[in-house]
Design a protein around this ligand. Structure first.
Ligand code: SF4
Length: 361
């Protein structure tokens, strides 16, 4: 019942036209969404439509050995379906070669202009300045696209609403007692929907999220887990194992929301918004990425997790190559899953999860 409410809430949100506002797809979390709101745009993370049919369409545009995230994005952008239905333009940081190629195809084959933001892989003071400058260059593009000047007050207000709902959702996830499939869907709704409506929706539904007693907790880490890609989470939950999502479609985007002031000039507000991204928990590609491991060790300790599931998408080398290092560094069992969107219900995957459940006792 509640999952249908979330589906409908997202679908309604995506179909709404807000005056002349342009919808911008923000492909990864390396651009402050509130800045797009400051230009009167509707920023969304296009995390919906992760289906095998969209993937098949996407394969017409990019190589079959691209990851399913890129393929489904291409499929939906080409057919203007799902999260890409009313998208005017996109913002992306180039986290890997597959994203770089996808950006070319989005522009050339799907007619979606893409503004690129550069989040440096090496964290340093110079990198911070470079990132701030890169965001400002994207802002110049957004200003030309919309014809609007940046509205600092709207951006700050948007940030506060996102921070408030991120905090509420994070608390629900950390209690480790709610249905993790529903929480997974709510994280996506948080990334897709306008923050004041999401805040209200979350308040309305939070008391109806089914609760469950779990025997064990494991940490779910890795890359993007699509909205429809719930097979691993569901199977673990059915085995009474709570998968605490530390990944990019879980606690990761909800975690770092420093308190914002009412700045009296645009530059200081923009720098703050940039730093809220730059200082957030380290992405797997950033170097040094020891912070990512410290966060993982802390989560294992605090939740007394019995194991870790590293879920990488097929052909995602960025995450898959961490498996050896992760296996050496953690002192609980590690299960590495490399799966596409069509393989969720695969019997082999179920057997591996059952063997893992036996291993963690
Ligand atoms: S899932 Fe991996 S390969 Fe795909 S876009 Fe993300 S980082 Fe790149």
């Amino acid at each position: 019942m509640i999952d249908r409410s979330i589906d409908s809430f997202i679908a309604e949100s995506l179909s709404q036209k807000n005056g002349k506002s342009l919808r911008v797809a923000v492909l990864n979390r390396h651009f402050p969404m509130s800045i797009a709101t400051g230009f009167g745009m509707i920023p969304i993370r296009p995390t919906l439509g992760t289906t095998t049919s969209a993937e098949a369409v996407g394969e017409r545009l990019i190589r079959p050995d691209a990851c399913p995230f890129c393929k489904t994005m291409m499929g939906n952008a080409l057919t203007k379906k799902s999260a890409w239905a009313n998208v005017d333009c996109a913002i992306a940081s180039i986290t890997c070669d597959q994203i770089r190629r996808s950006i070319d195809r989005l522009q050339e084959d799907c007619g979606v202009p893409v503004f690129s933001v550069s989040l440096p892989a090496l964290l340093s003071d110079a990198g911070r300045q470079w990132f701030r400058q890169s965001v400002r260059e994207v802002m110049d593009g957004l200003q030309k696209r919309t014809g609007n000047l940046f509205d600092r007050v709207a951006a700050i207000s948007d940030y506060k609403l996102r921070a408030e709902s991120a905090s509420k959702l994070r608390k629900l996830i950390l209690t480790c007692k709610y249905d993790p499939v529903i929480l997974h869907k709510l994280v996506h709704a948080w990334m897709i929907c306008e923050p004041s409506s999401f805040n209200k929706f979350l308040d309305d539904v939070s008391t109806s999220i089914p609760q469950k007693q779990f025997d064990k907790t494991i940490i779910l880490i890795g890359g993007f887990v699509g909205y429809e890609d719930t097979a691993v989470i569901k199977k673990l939950s059915d085995m009474s194992i709570y998968p605490l999502p530390l990944n990019s479609t879980g606690l990761d985007p909800l975690e770092y929301w420093p308190e914002i002031s009412n700045f009296n000039n645009d530059d200081s507000a923009i720098d703050f918004l940039c730093d809220s991204i730059f200082d957030a928990p380290v992405h797997v590609r950033t170097r040094p990425n020891g912070v990512m491991y410290e966060r993982l060790f802390k989560a294992i300790k605090e939740t007394k997790a019995s194991g870790v599931v590293l879920k990488a998408l097929t052909f995602c080398d960025l995450w898959y190559t961490e498996k050896v290092r992760m296996g050496e560094l953690i002192d609980v069992p590690l299960l590495v899953i490399s799966s596409g969107y069509g393989e969720g219900a695969d019997a082999g995957l179920e057997t591996r999860l059952e063997t893992f459940a036996e291993q963690i006792g």
